[in-house]
Design a protein around this ligand. Structure first.
Ligand code: SAH
Length: 519
């Protein structure tokens, strides 16, 4: 029996490499569609964003010496859609700029399969941008031509009219350029471009492997050949290339080229991740734990039936807020109104933001997030003799309830979620370590170190982590890491995320950037 509804094929641009450059709509497709077919140029960071149960089809490279042909790709997309699946067809850059997205869309149209084009950030503009080269500029260039260097021998595209192209625009961007560079540069010059025209060739732009070679049209090909540069790379020619001298930014940032593992989920470490990224690092998220349902909800259910008996509710994490509200809604509530009469304390701004997302007003966010300060702030609010509900993770530490009880509060600690090891990405991390694709691993607690070792295995730690810089938030975490067989290179002096980043910068010899941080 054939399914009644044909799926839709979303032809999505994944951007040029930096995973932050996929569009919001593209990401939504990637995470929602049950099937994803992707090309060679899609970065592994983007592939990490695909949910584990999604059907993945790699169509980019010779698989068992057999290159998947365009016809086969087209047919596969049609077949998947006819199975009733929505398909995310993920392509590097923008699908309609030398991406053969047009051909795939034609095949879908011919087969009456509905499709949606989700444009992407094309390498033609983003890669020069990451090299500090604007394609237009009020004083230097007011037109751009984008062309392919891969003209022959395959004749993938119609012949280029070099006579018209060479001087048609102030700036020339040439894709698929490695291997054809000499030819391209020569033809541009033969048809009227000055040999002294500034030129840059950029390899793997927007990624930690970005490499830029600059010269002139007359010299660039020899320079690139000497550097033995591989694809993918593109050429930019025109006066705007000179602006790189002043606008170079990405590849001179202090942590450029460094692949840094953050052992927490991006949402849980948003500021940490943003800071590292702004310093040029590529972040590899490796959250060692994930949230899981409880085996029994009895305690929280009881608490929910007696909500009006409590004076205060204290949330210690955004996850706790989510889990609490999920249960509250399952009990039939549609808003935060059952909590109206309670005073609400959120430990930390992220937790407070999550409360606000559920429409819950927060009465207290203690200034410091350690148990003593929280207890102190609550004491000042007159917590003595009051009933307090503390919904949190099953495996949380006992210190906060103890301190509250010392303040004379009557505390009900109620687990609302638990955490378990997140095994899904363990093999990916082992591979990366084996292939030496990791420069720095950051640890922010002893339990994270232990969980990390459980996931990747002691052998991987022993065999493949000696070259990796291990950075720990404080001496206790560092001690655990040493005990687990790692050699710790960086220990933060100040036990905060900022302190950790600073220590990493000092270690990488970048005192200048470190001063910027404190400023
Ligand atoms: N649709 C893609 C282009 C596909 S053609 C887009 O819009 O970007 C493949 C060519 O794109 C490569 O040969 C190279 O010239 C260029 N390219 C893609 N990603 C690149 C990157 N990160 N750095 C440099 N060039 C890149």
């Amino acid at each position: 029996m054939s399914p009644s509804v044909t799926g839709t094929v979303y032809i999505v641009g994944a951007g040029p490499g930096d995973p932050g450059l996929i569009t919001v709509k593209g990401l939504e497709c990637l995470q929602r569609c049950p099937a994803v077919a992707y090309d060679r140029l899609v970065s592994s960071q983007i592939l990490d964003l695909i949910p584990p149960d999604t059907e993945r089809r790699f169509v980019g490279k010779a698989a068992q010496r057999h290159k998947v042909s365009q016809d086969e790709i087209n047919q596969m997309l049609v077949n998947l859609a006819r199975e009733g699946k929505d398909v995310c067809r993920l392509k590097g850059g923008d699908p309609f700029v030398f991406g053969r997205g047009g051909e795939e869309a034609e095949a879908l149209a011919a087969a009456h399969v509905p499709f949606v084009i989700v444009p992407g950030v094309t390498s033609a503009t983003a890669v020069p941008a990451y090299a500090g080269i604007p394609l237009t500029h009020r004083r230097h260039a007011s037109s751009v031509t984008i062309l392919t260097g891969h003209e022959d021998p395959d004749k993938d595209y119609p012949a280029l009219h070099w006579d018209r192209i060479a001087t048609s625009a102030d700036t020339i961007v040439c894709l698929m350029t490695v291997g054809h560079l000499r030819n391209v540069a020569e033809r541009l010059v033969r048809h009227g471009r000055l040999p002294q025209t500034p030129a840059a060739v950029i390899h793997w732009g927007t990624t930690p492997d970005q490499q830029t070679i600059t010269g002139e049209l007359s010299t660039i090909s020899a320079l690139v050949q000497d550097a033995e540069m591989d694809p993918p790379a593109l050429l930019v020619a025109g006066d705007v290339v000179r602006l790189r001298d002043t606008l170079r930014w990405f590849d001179k940032s202090p942590l450029f080229g460094k692949r840094v593992v953050v052992t927490r989920a991006r949402q849980q470490a948003a500021d940490f991740v943003a800071k590292l990224e702004s310093l040029g690092a590529e972040i590899i998220e490796f959250p060692v734990i994930k949230i899981a349902d409880l085996e029994s909800y009895e305690m929280v259910d009881t608490a929910l039936s007696y909500l009006r008996e409590y004076h205060w509710i204290i949330f210690t994490s955004a996850n706790g807020v989510d889990a609490f509200f999920r249960r509250l809604y399952q009990h039939g509530a549609a808003s935060a109104s059952p909590l109206e009469k309670l005073k609400v304390c959120a430990i930390g701004p992220a937790t407070a933001r999550q409360c606000a997302a559920y429409g819950l007003r927060v009465d207290l966010v203690p200034e410091k997030f350690i148990a003593e300060s929280v207890a102190e702030a609550l004491r000042a609010c007159g917590i003595e003799g009051k009933r307090v509900l503390l919904p949190r993770a099953q495996e949380a530490r006992e210190i906060l309830p103890q301190m509250l009880e010392e303040c004379g509060a009557q505390v009900d600690v109620v687990p609302v979620y638990r955490t378990v090891l997140d095994e899904a990405r363990a093999t990916g991390m082992q591979d990366r370590l084996r292939n030496r694709e990791i420069d720095i691993i950051t640890f922010t607690s002893s339990s994270t170190v232990r969980n990390f070792v459980k996931l990747v295995g002691e052998e991987t730690v022993r065999e493949h982590m000696q070259q990796v810089c291990i950075a720990c938030i404080g001496p206790i975490t560092a001690k655990t890491a040493e005990e687990m067989g790692m050699s710790v290179d960086v220990v933060a002096e100040k036990f905060t995320a900022e302190g950790l980043i600073k220590a990493v910068l000092v270690h990488s010899g970048n005192r200048l950037a470190q001063r910027h941080l404190t400023g």
